[in-house]
Write a protein that binds this ligand. Structure first.
Ligand code: AMP
Length: 192
């Protein structure tokens, strides 16, 4: 069983790659973004608290997301966990280490999807357009203004995790600019 973190800015392809790993390796995707959107859509108290923060593009509190992850780690472990969009702060990274140790689990790799900012903007704007074209609605935070804040949150709060996991010997950089299958093959190379 392999437990990994997918690290990278919004639009880097974390969700896309996670979905393929779930499909092909029976891993379990733990996306705090998906969990928060579910809470928001089902109108729970927590969902109401996070809705504005998320729409703006800021991070929700460490306490909330750590609580969500703690719950999931106690469930089915299947082919291992893919942490997608978590951790996003050093405090979350420390908490994850402690929670995994409690479960007798180890974190195997932190895969950093490396992409350029211009590509991110194009991908996010494209994702919003696709959602609308398919008759749905775009994510509330898939707009230029929120994206700016999300990118800043990534560089200020999340990118220090690159150094953190590098120092732990767990970091693997992957070029996220290739095709979906190209990136997938690079990740497979890390996992094999
Ligand atoms: P994502 O789907 O990963 O892009 O997350 C969407 C939004 O949910 C983020 O912009 C944050 O507002 C919130 N969020 C998701 N994961 C976290 C996290 N680990 N820590 C704080 N906020 C998060």
């Amino acid at each position: 069983m392999t437990n990994i973190i997918l690290l990278g800015p919004p639009g880097a392809g974390k969700g896309t790659q996670a979905a393929m790993l779930v499909e092909e390796r029976g891993m379990i995707q733990l996306s705090t973004g998906d969990m928060l959107r579910e809470a928001k859509d089902s109108g729970t108290e927590m969902g109401k608290v996070v809705a504005d923060v998320m729409a703006r593009g800021d991070l929700v509190t460490d306490e909330i997301v750590i609580g969500l992850i703690r719950e999931k780690l106690q469930g089915d472990k299947a082919g291992g966990f893919i942490f997608d969009g978590f951790p996003r702060t050093l405090a979350q990274a420390d908490a994850l280490g402690a929670l995994m140790a409690e479960q007798g689990e180890t974190l195997d790799y932190v895969i950093e999807l490396q992409v350029d900012d211009e590509v991110l903007v194009d991908r996010i704007v494209g994702r919003a357009a696709e959602a609308v074209a398919a008759g749905g609605t775009a994510r509330a935070d898939d707009n230029a203004e929120s994206l700016k804040i999300r990118l800043m949150a990534y560089y200020k709060q999340t990118s220090p995790l690159i150094g953190y996991y590098h120092a732990k010997g767990m970091l693997k950089g992957v070029d996220g600019l290739g095709t979906m299958d190209g990136v997938k093959a690079e990740i497979a190379g890390v996992l094999s």
